[in-house]
Design a protein around this ligand. Structure first.
Ligand SMILES: Cc1cc2nc3c(=O)[nH]c(=O)nc-3n(C[C@H](O)[C@H](O)[C@H](O)COP(=O)(O)O)c2cc1C
Length: 211
């Protein structure tokens, strides 16, 4: 009871948007959040293929890796091995604020939608749905086939929020970093987090104020 800080679960799966995951982790830790993190086996492969980086699979080594990548000391970080189904977050009795899968591969989406928990990400997602806790899924694939759409629909029907990382230009991005921040902060808006300043839409500029 009382002042216990519940963790947020951040799962990274093997879709092509790894910089979004890294920025999300950095902003959460900077905000002093307690993060429980799972990097899927597919995600480790994508980091290697796209960024030439070897993400360690052992939790202690991962914690050092992510702390160095995000240049953070604040917040708390606990990493889990991708297939550790005995981790706390694999049980409904372990309390969390919710879970975000960023990015979510179509494989992970499909397995969660069909109730098949082959790894810790899928099991923790299944637990969040069964406990009625927030689960935000950020699918990254294009175009979506009918199977993807049906799986995402099934997850939405089961209570997940589907938040694809889709850019917007109303925030007047100047750099790729601006766009990354917009995508990440909008995902965490869904959970009520305020992870940073955004140029949010305030309505159209009145003609008299236009340049
Ligand atoms: C470089 C690379 C990029 C990939 N990008 C995507 C992607 O954007 N979306 C997706 O659904 N799968 C993508 N895949 C395929 C997944 O990584 C693959 O299906 C993997 O088994 C997913 O594993 P996971 O769901 O356990 O993370 C990509 C694979 C590689 C090697």
């Amino acid at each position: 009871m009382g002042g216990e800080q519940l963790p947020i679960v951040l799962a990274i799966s093997g879709a092509s948007a790894q910089p979004l995951a890294e920025r999300a982790l950095q902003l959460l830790l900077r905000a002093g959040e307690a993060v429980e993190m799972v990097t899927s086996r597919g995600a480790i492969g994508v980091w290697q293929a796209e960024l030439g980086l070897r993400v360690p699979s052992e939790p202690e080594a991962q914690e050092i890796f992510w702390r160095q990548r995000t240049a953070t000391t604040s917040g708390s970080l606990r990493c889990h091995r991708w297939n550790d189904q005995a981790a706390g977050i694999a049980s409904g009795s372990y309390r969390t604020k919710g879970m975000v899968i960023l990015p979510a591969s179509m494989g992970t989406v499909g397995r969660i939608a069909s109730g098949v928990a082959t790894d810790l990400t899928e099991r923790a997602a299944d637990v969040h749905l069964k406990e009625g806790r927030p689960l935000v899924i950020c699918p990254r694939e294009t175009p979506w086939n009918l199977i993807h759409l049906r799986n995402l629909t099934a997850l939405a029907e089961a209570g997940a929020r589907i938040a694809p990382p889709v850019p917007a230009w109303y925030q007047q991005p100047k750099t790729l970093e601006d766009m990354v921040d917009f995508l990440v902060i909008r995902v965490f808006d869904v959970l009520g987090y305020d992870l940073g300043d955004l140029n949010r839409w305030q309505g159209p500029v009145p003609p008299r104020d236009r340049p």
